[in-house]
Design a protein around this ligand. Structure first.
Ligand code: TMP
Length: 212
């Protein structure tokens, strides 16, 4: 479909606090792109299907305890184990919509008190997203949405810290989306932004690496 020999899929990341709506919006985005005839896949981090992912999943549901640094590195390893497939897919023209990525990795660990630079270090060399959509909602509003479940990080006070850490990561690839509006309004806004990004990548926007 592309107009250039360097045509590729776009790497789009949705980020935000727990229950900000990004899981719903990411799957709608994939449906939308596919409906337009684009090749698109929904990926989610943590990817709980791998063996590293299973360790993460058991930690998140409080079935196991791990040192804060150790779990941080496992989350990162879980992205590294998907890195080469990610590059292959993008170069093959598939757009990837990611439900969380390195930004969650840094924001959640940093909120626990780990050093910001230390948290970023294991992410260096992963692919940089073309676009980061941050679904902005207060932890109080997010918690009202059916309430938090019983996973480890779903507490208002902690989510407030995560929100502050996310702010340290904002750069020119980010778009802050007001996630307190009706779902359909958010959906429309995301569609426009993402389609624009997909077109840029079809025209041969080069891939780069974190953090640059
Ligand atoms: P999920 O609810 O989107 O599956 O994410 C599980 C939890 O893991 C969520 O509270 C965010 C957290 N998380 C990290 O702490 N580090 C990471 O690298 C990722 C991807 C998620």
């Amino acid at each position: 479909r592309g107009s250039s020999s360097n045509s590729r899929g776009a790497l789009v990341v949705l980020e935000g606090l727990d229950r900000c709506g990004k899981t719903t919006q990411s799957s709608r985005l994939v449906q939308y792109l596919e409906g337009l005839g684009h090749s698109a896949e929904l990926w989610r981090f943590p990817d709980r299907t791998t063996s590293v992912g299973q360790m993460i999943s058991s930690y998140l549901s409080n079935e196991s305890q791990l040192d804060d640094h150790t779990i941080h590195l496992l989350f990162s390893a879980n992205r590294w184990e998907k890195r080469s497939l990610m590059e292959t897919k993008l170069k093959g023209g598939t757009t990837l919509i990611l439900d969380r990525y390195s930004y969650s990795g840094v924001a959640f660990s940093c909120a626990k008190g780990l050093g910001f630079e230390w948290c970023k270090a294991p992410e260096v060399g992963l692919l940089t997203p073309d676009l980061v959509l941050y679904l902005d909602i207060s932890p109080e509003r997010a918690a009202e949405r059916g309430g938090y479940g019983c996973e480890r990080y779903e507490q208002i006070e902690f989510q407030n810290k995560v929100a502050k850490c996310y702010q340290l990561l904002v750069d020119s690839k980010w778009q802050i989306i007001d996630a307190c509006r009706p779902m359909e309004d958010i959906e429309k806004e995301l569609q426009e932004i993402v389609l624009d990004c997909v077109k840029r990548c079809q025209n041969g926007e080069p891939l780069s690496h974190l953090w640059s």
